[in-house]
Write a protein that binds this ligand. Structure first.
Ligand code: HEM
Length: 235
């Protein structure tokens, strides 16, 4: 007898196997209903935030796995997972563009329903901060254990695993900073300068976060190369 592909066979909620596996009924009920909205652009605003949290859930899981692989000495695996984590962060940066279509005045209406809710409380971003520190610790332990001279690594073959790993970390650090730069521009484009956010933080204080470095040693080594390079003595 021919198989009936139209029949749902999985357990779970929803009319189809797609709905049951992807949990679409629950997922699509997580946005405010039109009748509860103060402005229809709340849908856009919530979806940008919610999808960011989903991508960051992946970014965090991959970064945590990368830290574990680093500790286990699997450098190439760690680099690959870091690449995936960094790409997830990059995708959240791209979707910030959607907020450019939100007018400053519309946001003033949306702001009235946000309470003291702020990006400072984002689980995805809090997780990234924690994992940045964890990755830094794992990399420092590796460098110590193998007595690696970072400047020597950077003067040498870019295809050795430790060089590739160092670059995967720099890439990750840079993707986070690029999100922060984009977010700062979007935030000021919408609410202006010299004002505070929903958590009371001055919007311009976001600038200092843009220059934050998760892996200072990997930035410092570049400075060292410049200072010790052929042009090093030229100021
Ligand atoms: C209308 C668009 C947005 C505006 C006007 C805005 C504004 C702000 C402001 C003023 C702050 C400073 C803290 C405060 O008092 O709240 C902040 C922080 C933050 N926001 Fe947004 N934001 C917007 C969109 C987003 C989106 C889409 C996300 C994604 C989850 C996000 C995540 C964050 C994070 C993580 C911080 C902490 C600062 C950091 O770690 O760089 N924001 N935002």
């Amino acid at each position: 007898m021919a198989k009936d592909y139209s029949v749902a066979v999985l357990d779970g909620e929803g009319a189809t196997d797609y709905a049951r596996y992807m949990r679409t009924d629950t997922l699509l009920s997580l946005q405010r209903r039109p009748e509860d909205m103060v402005h229809r652009d709340e849908l856009l605003f919530q979806i940008v935030h919610q999808s960011t949290e989903l991508w960051l859930k992946l970014a965090n899981a991959e970064a945590a796995a990368a830290a574990g692989q680093m500790t286990a000495g699997a450098l190439d695996t760690a680099s690959r997972l870091l690449g995936r984590s960094a790409l997830a962060v990059e995708l959240t940066t791209e979707q910030l563009e959607m907020l450019e279509s939100l007018t400053p005045w519309t946001f003033q209406a949306i702001r009235t329903v946000l309470g003291h809710g702020s990006g400072f409380e984002s689980p995805g971003w809090t997780g990234l901060q924690k994992l940045g520190k964890e990755l830094n610790r794992a990399f420092a332990a590796l460098i110590d254990r193998d007595e690696v001279d970072l400047a020597e690594v950077y003067r040498g073959d870019p295809d050795v695993p430790v060089y590739r790993l160092a670059e995967a970390l720099i890439n990750w650090d840079e993707r986070v900073a690029l999100w922060r730069a984009r977010h700062y521009k979007i935030a000021t484009r919408i609410i202006g300068h010299d004002v505070v956010g929903t958590k009371g933080a001055p919007v311009d204080s976001l600038v200092r976060l843009v220059v934050h470095k998760f892996f200072p040693d990997l930035w410092q080594v570049r400075t060292e190369l410049t200072r010790t390079g052929p042009m090093g003595t030229v100021s």
